[in-house]
Write a protein that binds this ligand. Structure first.
Ligand code: GAR
Length: 198
């Protein structure tokens, strides 16, 4: 059984999907801690309700805006909690340095588009769905992938397509992509990595 550490920044619905799928889809790992870069992230409450340890590490308030120190502190906490696999579940900061080295091929991210469309620096959250609607694509989706030094550039683990419908707004589309793709493929991809299939 692998120890999973989840990094979040906001609502934490993907974290909730992981919590809910423990023991069924997610059988080879268990969530031991949740770390947020925002003290007001609702995902922290979700973790507490599930009895999971939480920690807040903020780049500006706790690390003086130093990205290296921010990454070092996250890495230190993951090791303290004996984390084997890290999941970025709506974590909207960029990881780098030592953390990527130490956890190479053991960090999974969920991105709300079909990579390589609408991804890379600056594409996160609602901006991704706005870009898809502005472009006029009729199909979008989500991608679960490994994390490396290139933003959204690591090995693709799973993807699931979602149709765009007339009248979609970024908010409506975001919800459909979460329900029909993200919450399904993220627990499956984390299971693949915990099981050693990747
Ligand atoms: C999700 O849609 C996730 O795919 C996206 O942020 C949202 C977080 O929601 N992540 C990115 O855009 C990363 N580039 P959640 O906090 O409810 O899971």
């Amino acid at each position: 059984m692998k120890n999973i550490g989840v990094l979040i920044s906001g609502g934490g619905t993907n974290l909730q999907a992981l919590i809910d799928k423990q023991g069924t889809v997610l059988k080879s790992g268990r969530i031991v801690c949740v770390c947020s870069n925002s003290a007001s992230a609702y995902g922290l409450t979700r973790a507490e309700k599930a009895g999971i340890a939480t920690k807040v590490i903020r780049k500006n308030a706790d690390c003086g805006g130093d990205n290296e120190e921010f990454n070092r502190r996250i890495c230190e906490y993951m090791k303290e909690m004996r984390v084997d696999v890290i999941v970025l579940a709506g974590f909207l900061a960029i990881l780098g340095g030592k953390l990527l080295e130490e956890y190479a091929d053991r960090i999974v991210n969920i991105h709300p588009s079909l990579i390589p469309s609408f991804c890379g620096d600056g594409f996160y959250g609602l901006k991704v769905h706005k870009a898809a609607l502005d472009y006029g694509v009729r199909v979008t989706g989500a991608t679960a992938h490994l994390v490396n030094e290139i933003t959204d550039g690591g090995k693709i683990l799973l993807q699931k397509a979602v149709y765009i419908e007339d009248g979609d707004t970024p908010e409506i589309l975001q919800k459909r992509v979460m329900e029909q793709a993200e919450w399904i493929i993220l627990p499956q991809a984390v299971e693949m990595v915990c099981k050693g299939e990747v």
